[in-house]
Write a protein that binds this ligand. Structure first.
Ligand code: FAD
Ligand code: DLZ
Ligand code: SF4
Length: 516
């Protein structure tokens, strides 16, 4: 029978399982729908990225001779929801089933499963653009008490042969993380990202995004995301030539001025399918083999993609839907309002949020140790924080965003993702960045009007979550310090933190900042 092959916005790969051996009479559908742009208020760069990249991909498919139906956001008959739109198009073309690769979110996967036996049945096939499938992960996880990244990653290295010399890891070690903790020096300069030209198709897509979603975060004036495979390859090669060799050393650094440092900026292109993780990892490995980049850089980079990226995806698909409801530390606070506009006098947060508004991007340490750490210390409820991360980053798809936010940042999954929470005081931020010298607070003070709020919040967090955390062997040392602290000091810190929390303006819901 004649199928409708639905290609979702993050499935823009010619190698997609849905497109392999497509019957000659198949109709391929791509649908721009308001529901997907609004269910969280995605950053305007992200909406523009999906619209421009989907339109370019449809064009590439047509050039290859495929029969493509493209629903534009302002088509009069657009139903503005993925499921109904696919079914409408299928009926219009006389298709007898809808075929789609596993979507990037459980919400859509569930809706599709429920239509398996409908008059117009949906068939969901595996998305094999990854090194491992959810089944592979489930098989690995089945025989383990703890699901640690490091062991999953070693299996992935062995399975793929990436950075392997026979049975042993290249360079003699699996992991070179201890070489990767240098803060940046003032004299260092960073590669500037290539600027992508905007052709007529891109401009039109960005204009449509602006017209329909202008109330969303950000401005399209500085949009510079890759929207075609060719542009994504330019970014990849630029990173290999100018970023990779220093990627390792400065992987954990934060700069007050520079948003990208030596990071690859490849996540959005990878996640929507313009690049494959295989080609990216193989190209990085090649730079090691030819002596152009050191092992600590290449191993560190490959671990992020072959390890973390696959690990969080496995976790997501094996733990959903219960994962999303987890809140083991019992957090109830709404998101602070300044997450939407950067209006705070805490310099590190102001910079991380402003860079997010400017570029729909922040690097990992900003997400984890600045905006993430602050939300953890304040006890922001998982739902509110997850919606924010899903909305503001161009690379955010729920399968990767959720474990990172709910698990790694908020420790809301009881420690599935991380053996301890990544909580830290102002001292850590001061060590890894140059923010504090520009801040009205001092990272050295814990109480008083100039004290960095991270400091009292840190102790307050430990105190209020002691029941859940003080038996954790990796937290023993720090709980030891807390218990040795004089009562007066503890009282003063608690009071400082409570006053700060009471004065924190919270956001009533997404997009509704305190100023609008
Ligand atoms: P690089 O530092 O150059 O890393 C290379 C690649 O490794 C990335 O492109 C990405 O594909 C992969 N990677 C690195 N870290 C991770 C990780 N922890 N999990 C999965 N993949 C990783 N990444 C997303 O792609 N989408 C998200 O929605 C997302 N949400 C996050 C939310 C929080 C709270 C945190 C702490 C991290 C999140 N990350 C997410 C992971 C990481 O921060 C981004 O992948 C990275 O910052 C993207 O920038 P880059 O391409 O320059 O990465
Ligand atoms: C994020 C997003 C946006 C903004 N727009 C669309 C869209 O118009 N059409 C579409 O198919 N997907 C879009 N997406 C991505 C979806 O929200 C969702 O994450 C993926 O389709 C899941 O595979
Ligand atoms: Fe951030 Fe505290 Fe440093 Fe200010 S003093 S930049 S709030 S860590």
């Amino acid at each position: 029978s004649k199928p409708l092959l639905l290609v979702l916005g993050d499935q823009l790969s010619l190698s997609l399982a849905t497109l392999r051996n497509a019957p000659t009479d198949a109709v391929i559908a791509l649908c721009e729908v308001a529901e997907e742009a609004r269910y969280v208020p995605h950053h305007i760069h992200k909406v523009g990225l999906f619209m421009a990249a989907m339109r370019h991909f449809a064009q590439a498919l047509r050039d290859k001779g495929y029969n493509v139906h493209y629903s534009r956001i302002d088509d009069a008959d657009n139903t503005q929801s993925l499921i109904t739109e696919a079914e409408r198009i299928a009926t219009q073309y006389g298709c007898h089933e809808v075929r789609v690769a596993r979507p990037g979110e459980w919400r859509l996967w569930d809706a599709m499963q429920q239509r398996q036996a409908a008059a117009l049945p949906w068939k969901v096939i595996e998305d094999d653009r990854f090194f491992s499938s959810p089944d592979d992960f489930a098989n690995w996880a089945k025989v383990r008490k703890q699901l640690r990244l490091e062991y999953f990653y070693r299996e992935q290295r062995k399975r793929t042969g990436l950075l392997m010399e026979g049975d042993t890891p290249a360079g003699g070690k699996w992991n070179f993380d201890h070489d990767n903790r240098e803060p940046i020096q003032a004299t260092l300069s960073f590669p500037s990202p290539p600027t992508h030209r905007q052709d007529a198709l891109t401009q039109e897509a960005l204009n449509d995004a602006k017209q329909h979603f202008s109330e969303h975060m950000g401005s399209l004036d500085n949009f510079n995301l890759p929207v075609t495979r060719r542009q994504a390859l330019v970014d990849l090669n630029h990173f290999l030539d100018h970023g990779l060799a220093d990627f390792g050393r400065y992987q954990d650094a934060i700069s007050d001025k520079e948003p990208f440092l030596f990071h690859s900026r490849l996540s959005a292109a990878l996640n929507i399918g313009l690049l494959t993780p295989h080609e990216v990892c193989e190209a990085a490995e090649q730079r090691y083999l030819t002596g152009h980049a050191p092992i600590n850089a290449v191993e560190g980079f490959i671990r992020q993609i072959l390890g973390w990226r696959e690990y969080v995806r496995g976790l997501y698909w094996t733990q959903m839907p219960t994962y999303k409801r987890e809140n083991r530390l019992g957090f109830e606070r709404e998101l602070p309002a300044f997450y939407w506009d950067g209006n705070t006098d805490m310099r590190c947060l102001q910079r991380a949020i402003q860079m997010t508004i400017d570029n729909s991007y922040a690097h990992h340490i900003q997400r984890l140790m600045v905006t993430g750490n602050f939300a953890l210390l304040c006890g922001v409820k998982p739902e509110a924080l997850c919606d924010w991360y899903l909305a503001v980053y161009a690379d955010a798809c729920e399968w990767v965003e959720l474990p990172n936010t709910l698990g790694m940042v908020l420790h809301a999954d009881g420690g599935l993702m991380g053996s301890k929470p990544y909580c830290a005081s102002g001292k850590y931020i001061d060590k890894m960045s140059d923010h504090c010298q520009h801040c009205r607070y001092s990272p050295k003070q814990v109480t008083g009007p100039k004290a960095c709020p991270f400091n009292s919040l840190y102790w307050h967090f430990l105190e209020t979550n002691a029941e859940q955390l003080n038996r954790n062997p990796r937290m023993k040392l720090i709980y030891g310090s807390l218990s040795r602290m004089k009562d007066e000091k503890r009282d003063a810190m608690r009071q400082q933190a409570e006053q700060f929390l009471a004065s924190l303006p919270t956001s009533p819901g997404y997009g509704q900042t305190s100023h609008t």
